[in-house]
Design a protein around this ligand. Structure first.
Ligand code: PMP
Length: 423
């Protein structure tokens, strides 16, 4: 894992300002926060990475080719036939009551005993991130986040002008001592930490998972320092060796706001995610959600609900896990066989991603055009930091390409790294 030495580095307005703004005739009309809205490096890579000759290890799209479309199709037909008028109508701002019950049942796998009334259904967990940030963050407020962190969360934090303080991880995720130090240093500077944002399971982009002892320690640290935790868990059910790890939320229902999603366990196109929050926070989340979308789409929610009842969805998740495991194995074997000395990478036990750090002196962002010329794409590590750190690293996704394509992609990447070392 990349060292992240300076816990005081933060987003600045200058770093967040898009160079594109200079070409934008409306630039002096925008609200201050709009200047922080820039296209992510991941998004701008899509057009290159999607060329057929390029092996893309860049995208994080779930591979849903194994979904039984005939089953989903007949469930949707049944939904339209039997409950079409409700499914196509406005619904509750908090989300469908039956789905919220089903979500509570699913969360039990992570040791969570939540009440359906504390669940808010959202438009993917991305909207949950937006809502949570909206209700807690004033410009300049501090958010603690892992280094590196999920690019979509960082862009949401930036758009609300949060001040992100990154905290170092190692191969076991967030390092508790670094968390203690960061809390101390922010508190000493007289500022208030609004929350810690963490992805404990099969981290995007780092591919690491917090062991149980660390979960307990992190909870204790946050309890002592009175810091809220946003636990983002879209990959928890996609472990290769174990069942879903016990959530932080399972051991603290007042301090932890838990975010879940059906994007990786079913399909992202329905855009259904959720939050489980303390009751008072849940009320604010629903008010914030109503002001942005009125209500989550009834059709999508009822489709997901129907799928959970009408199909062996746990069996389907098992099939997804096996598919991703095979791809993870292909990537790790190819990395072990082909990467030159001095290159390091994480060994994920679930999820979609490997985090690779190049030999010292190499720069993943500068190397990307040469990698694309050699027909392989990845996301440079800088995309996952609020402040330009991470240039020696990259995120490699194994979720989408076939094992053969993954091996070929790593072969091409290893060639580029070797050439780069000779320069
Ligand atoms: N959190 C993390 C860590 C993610 O990786 C993603 C999707 N890549 C999301 C949240 C958002 O997912 P969705 O909105 O599809 O639920």
């Amino acid at each position: 894992m990349d060292q992240y030495p300076d816990t005081s580095r933060r987003i600045t307005d200058a770093a967040a300002t898009s160079t594109g703004d200079r070409l934008d005739a409306y630039v002096d009309r925008y609200a201050t926060r709009t200047h922080g809205m820039t296209a992510s490096e991941v998004r701008s890579l899509f057009s290159v990475a999607s060329r057929p000759e390029v092996v893309s290890l860049a995208g994080g799209m779930p591979n849903i080719s194994g979904l039984p479309m005939d089953v989903v199709g007949s469930l949707l037909t049944e939904l339209v036939d039997k409950r079409g008028l409700t499914a196509m109508q406005y619904g509750s701002g908090q989300g469908d009551a039956l789905l919220r019950e089903q979500i509570c049942e699913i969360m039990q796998t992570a040791g969570i005993h939540g009440h359906p009334d504390d669940v808010t259904v959202t438009v993917g967990s991305q909207q949950a991130l937006d809502l949570v940030t909206r209700i807690f963050i004033d410009p300049g407020d501090v958010i603690l986040a892992e280094a590196p962190s999920y690019v979509g969360a960082l862009s949401t934090f930036r758009s609300y002008q949060a001040d992100v303080v990154h905290i170092e991880m190692d191969d076991d995720g967030l390092v508790p001592d670094r968390l203690r130090e960061a809390i101390q240093s922010v508190t000493d500077s007289g500022r208030r930490i609004k929350f810690l944002y963490t992805i404990p399971n099969y981290h995007n982009p780092a591919g690491v998972t917090l062991p149980p002892e660390r979960r307990t320690e992190i909870l204790e640290i946050c309890q002592q320092a009175d810091v809220l935790i946003i636990e983002d868990d879209p990959y928890g059910l996609l472990g290769f060796d174990t069942d879903c790890p016990r959530a932080l939320r399972a051991d603290d229902d007042e301090r932890v706001i838990y975010l879940g999603s059906f994007s990786k366990t079913f399909a992202p196109g329905f855009r259904v995610g959720w939050t489980l929050a303390p009751h008072a926070v849940r009320e604010k989340l629903v008010l914030a959600a109503e002001s942005s979308v009125l209500c989550p789409p009834a059709f999508s929610q009822m489709a997901v609900s129907q799928y959970l009842v009408g199909h062996d969805w746990r069996g389907q998740v098992k099939a997804f896990r096996e598919m991703y495991r095979e791809r993870r194995d292909a990537m790790l074997e190819a990395l072990d066989d082909l990467m030159p000395e001095g290159t390091h990478w994480t060994r994920p036990t679930g999820g979609f991603y490997v985090w690779l750090t190049l030999p010292s002196g190499l720069d993943a962002k500068a190397m990307l055009p040469r990698a694309v010329t050699n027909r392989v794409a990845y996301v440079p590590g800088t995309a996952f930091y609020a402040d330009g750190f991470g240039s020696r690293s990259m995120r490699l996704s194994y979720c989408y390409p076939t094992p053969e394509r993954i091996r070929e992609g790593i072969r091409r990447l290893a060639q580029v790294v070797e050439q780069e070392m000779e320069l």
